[in-house]
Design a protein around this ligand. Structure first.
Ligand code: ZN
Length: 478
C-alpha cells in the first residue's frame, strides 16, 4: 500500500475511535427525593458525639464493658426503636434489630454497620481533640469512629426513631445488624449471617459501609463520584520459612537462612502479580468515561485495543495498582535473637490481596514458582477468597443508586472494587444486592484520616447520612 493510503486508513481508524468515544454520553438523571421529614440535626449530632465518647476498641480488658455500655447508650438514646423493634444479641455483643413490615411476602432489607473502632494510635497527643472527645468544632465532629463508622449506626437509628415518632409503619421489613468486631475477626457478622441462614431469610438488599462520594480523587473526572462497592478483594497471609544449620557466626556457610529468606522477599517484590482489568473495574471506568476528557474516554471505550497502556496508567498510583492486580506486601520477619548466632530458621509473613481471577491456590502456586527455592517452606495462614460480584442490574443495587442520585444529585455513580474488607462479604448467598456505600462526601484529606489521627466527619455529612437512609427506606417501602 502506498504511504498516502496508509495515512488515510490510519486517519479514518482514528476518526472512528474518536467518534465512538465521543458518543459515550453521560446519563442525565433527574430524580426528585421523596423523603420530606427529617429528625432535628442538633439531636443527631449530639447522639453521634455521645456514641464516639464510648471507646469501643475491641482489645484490652475493658473491651466487653465498653460494648455493653454502648448497647445501653443505644437503649437510652433510641427509646422508640427499643419499644417497637425486636432485638437479638449474637456472640455476646453483636446486635440484630428487626422492624417488621406489613407485607411478609416482600424480601427484607438488611442495613449493617459496626460498633467497634480501631485504637486511636500510639500517640494520643497527636490528636487535635482527644480521640474519644466527640468534640464538635469548626463544622466537624471529631473522634475515633466518627467516620468509621458510628455515623452509620447513629444515622440508621435516628432515621428509624424519627419514623416511629411520626407513627410510620413499614411495608417491607428492615433488619439492622451492628457487628462488634468488624475491624478484627468479623465473628459477629458471621454469627448474624448464620442466624439469617437458619431463618431461611433472603434480602432484597444488604447495605454496608464501603465507598463514599469522593471529589477530585479519580483523575480526569469533573464530577463528584459515588463509589458503590460491588465486590471485595480476597485476603491471604503467607508464612515463608527458610531453614539451615545454625551455629556461630564466626564460621557461617556460603548462604544463611536469613539471606535466602531475604532473596525470596526480593523476588516476590520484583515479580509482581500481572496487571489485569477485571469486570468490576472495567464497569467503573465505563460508568465514568462520559465524564472524562476525550483522550481518556477513548482509551476506556476502546480498552480492548489500549488495555496494556490503560493498565499501566492505572497502576501508577498505589490505589489504582491495587485495583488491577493481586498485591504483595511483606509485613513481618524474624530470625536470630542475637547478633552473633546464626538463625536455624528465618520466617517472614507476606500479605496478599487477591484480585478476582486469582484464588488462594493459584496465587500460592505462583508464589512458589517466583521464589523457586525448595529450602523455603510456604504456609498459607488466614485466607479469604475474592468476594462474589453484585450485579448492577439487581433491584438492591438499583435502589442504592437511585437513592444516591436523589441525595447527592451533583454526583455520578459507579460500581467499585473494595480493596479493603467489610462485614458485607459474610452475607454472600443471602442477597443478590450486596452494596457497600458510606453515605457521605469525603475529600482526600478526610480519607487519609481513616484509621489515622484526627478522624472527623463534617456536620453536613452527618445530615446527608440521615437523609440517605430515610430516602432509601422510602424507595424500598420501609
Ligand atoms: Zn469500618
Amino acid at each position: 500500500m502506498e504511504i498516502a493510503a496508509i495515512i488515510a486508513a490510519a486517519a479514518a481508524a482514528a476518526g472512528y475511535l474518536f467518534m465512538r468515544a465521543a458518543l459515550a454520553k453521560p446519563k442525565e438523571y433527574q430524580i426528585k427525593p421523596t423523603a420530606a421529614s427529617f429528625p432535628p440535626a442538633d439531636r443527631t449530632i449530639r447522639h453521634l458525639s455521645e456514641a464516639v465518647q464510648i471507646p469501643t476498641v475491641p482489645m484490652g480488658e475493658h473491651a466487653g464493658t465498653m460494648l455493653l455500655n454502648f448497647h445501653q447508650w443505644l437503649e437510652e438514646a433510641y427509646p422508640l426503636v427499643h419499644k417497637h423493634l425486636s432485638r437479638t444479641i449474637l456472640s455476646d455483643y453483636t446486635l440484630v434489630y428487626h422492624w417488621e413490615g406489613s407485607d411478609a411476602s416482600l424480601e427484607p432489607v438488611l442495613c449493617t454497620a459496626h460498633i467497634d473502632v480501631v485504637p486511636p494510635g500510639d500517640d494520643a497527643d497527636l490528636w487535635l481533640y482527644p480521640p474519644f472527645s466527640g468534640a464538635v468544632e469548626d463544622g466537624y465532629l471529631w473522634g475515633r469512629g466518627s467516620m468509621d463508622i458510628k455515623v452509620q449506626i447513629v444515622a440508621l437509628m435516628e432515621s428509624v426513631e424519627h419514623l416511629l415518632e411520626s407513627g410510620h409503619q413499614p411495608v417491607r421489613s428492615l433488619y439492622m445488624v451492628f457487628g462488634h468486631d468488624e475491624e478484627t475477626e468479623g465473628d459477629g457478622a458471621k454469627a448474624a449471617a448464620q442466624y439469617f441462614t437458619d431463618k431461611g431469610l433472603r434480602f432484597l438488599l444488604v447495605h454496608d459501609e464501603g465507598g463514599c462520594v469522593t471529589d477530585g480523587i479519580i483523575a480526569g473526572v469533573n464530577r463528584p463520584v459515588a463509589n458503590i462497592g460491588i465486590a471485595e478483594k480476597g485476603y491471604m497471609d503467607v508464612e515463608l520459612e527458610a531453614r539451615q544449620a545454625g551455629g556461630h557466626t564466626s564460621m557461617p556457610g556460603r548462604t544463611t537462612s536469613l539471606g535466602e529468606l531475604a532473596q525470596a522477599l526480593v523476588n516476590l517484590e520484583r515479580h509482581q502479580f500481572p496487571l489485569r482489568m477485571t469486570r468490576v473495574t472495567a464497569g467503573m471506568f465505563e460508568a465514568l468515561a462520559p465524564y472524562m476528557p476525550i483522550l481518556q474516554r477513548m482509551l476506556i471505550v476502546h480498552r480492548r485495543i489500549f488495555s496494556p497502556l490503560l493498565l499501566r496508567i492505572i497502576s501508577r498510583t498505589s490505589t489504582g495498582n491495587a485495583m488491577v492486580r493481586t498485591t504483595t506486601a511483606p509485613t513481618m520477619a524474624q530470625a536470630s535473637n542475637a547478633p552473633n548466632v546464626l538463625p536455624p530458621s528465618a520466617q517472614a509473613v507476606v500479605n496478599f490481596r487477591l484480585l478476582h481471577g486469582d484464588t488462594s491456590r493459584t496465587a500460592a502456586d505462583r508464589i512458589r514458582k517466583t521464589i523457586r527455592n525448595t529450602n523455603i517452606s510456604i504456609t498459607l495462614k488466614r485466607r479469604e477468597e475474592p468476594s462474589a460480584v453484585t450485579d448492577t442490574k439487581s433491584p438492591g443495587y438499583q435502589a442504592v443508586e437511585r437513592t444516591i442520585l436523589q441525595v447527592f444529585p451533583e454526583s455520578v455513580t459507579a460500581p467499585f472494587l473494595m480493596i479493603g474488607g467489610t462485614d458485607a462479604r459474610r452475607y454472600e448467598g443471602l442477597s443478590d444486592g450486596i452494596c457497600r456505600f458510606s453515605p457521605y462526601i469525603l475529600t482526600r484529606s478526610e480519607l487519609d484520616r481513616l484509621h489515622g489521627y484526627d478522624e472527623r466527619i463534617s456536620l453536613e455529612n452527618i445530615s446527608s447520612a440521615v437523609r440517605f437512609y430515610l430516602q432509601l427506606f422510602a424507595n424500598v417501602d420501609i
